[in-house]
Design a protein around this ligand. Sequence first.
Ligand code: PMP
Length: 321
Amino acid sequence: MPYTEGKGWHDLTIQPYRNFSLDPAAMVLHYGQAIFEGMKAYRGKDGGIYLFRPADNIERMNISAARLCMPQLPVDEVLVALKELLRLDEDWIPTAKGATLYIRPTMIATEAALGVRPAKQYLFFVILSPVGAYYPEGFNPVKIYVTDKYVRAVPGGVGHIKTAGNYAASIMAAVEAQQAGFTQVLWLDAVERRYIEEVGTMNIFFVIGDEIVTPPLGGSILPGITRDSVIQVAKGWGLNVVERRITIDEVLAAQENGSLKEIFGTGTAAVISPVGSLHYKGQDCLINNGETGALSQRLFDEIQAIQYGAKEDPYGWVIRV
Ligand code: PMP
């Protein structure tokens, strides 16, 4: 669906997957006005197609758009079109256990112009891709590398939005972590390099004593939809969830004194990703003996059951397409 200044969004169509052309001067290629979202469609036990909190994804995309001076999307119209697309492409939604259809809404600046300013033309498109089960053989706790060399976001920057440049800037840290044998990077704050922010493409939670601690949304981490879902489910179970700043030293001290019970990441891809070990300043720290914690498992089972329409959804999160 193209956008033209003065005309707004127009000519919404559903088309077979294909290449499209861009002018070499398209502003996205030079000045990086590119935003996207990631969500999934699930094939329920009853054969139905389920979407999990899709309006929240489109609303988050509008926050990204506003920050980069890109146009707002009409949320209701996009949701109607998305449901239509899923109905047309129904056979693409996998039936294998744990498999899903990944949905990637994207917006880019297409106007051909040199000079840094908001573009006057954009393209919004949605691509779909079937993905296999994230955990085909059960949980696989991740090994995390804490970087104090690189930062992902700075105060006043764009860390809270889903823009392509954030991911480009994170690749080098991820490559170095992988070369050292780790699965994900844990980012610290840019100012003091002590406060924990988030992991790779996930938000992060620490179970310390009787608290479940997660860094607050302060402008430099992505407001994860899974993060918010975990907070609501855990609070609904009467658990003590605290959104507060937490340093890497506090986590390591809690590990030393035995009060750190588990760590897990949250995100659309994995839902819950247990953390098996942390590596910081040359030292390795095993979390929960490298095993999946009980709360990680319980949250995963609960949220997956809601996503697949297998369990009552008291939150109104799930939409049957
Ligand atoms: N942080 C970052 C940087 C991410 O890319 C993602 C994945 N969208 C998340 C956190 C988790 O967000 P969500 O739960 O909405 O997938």
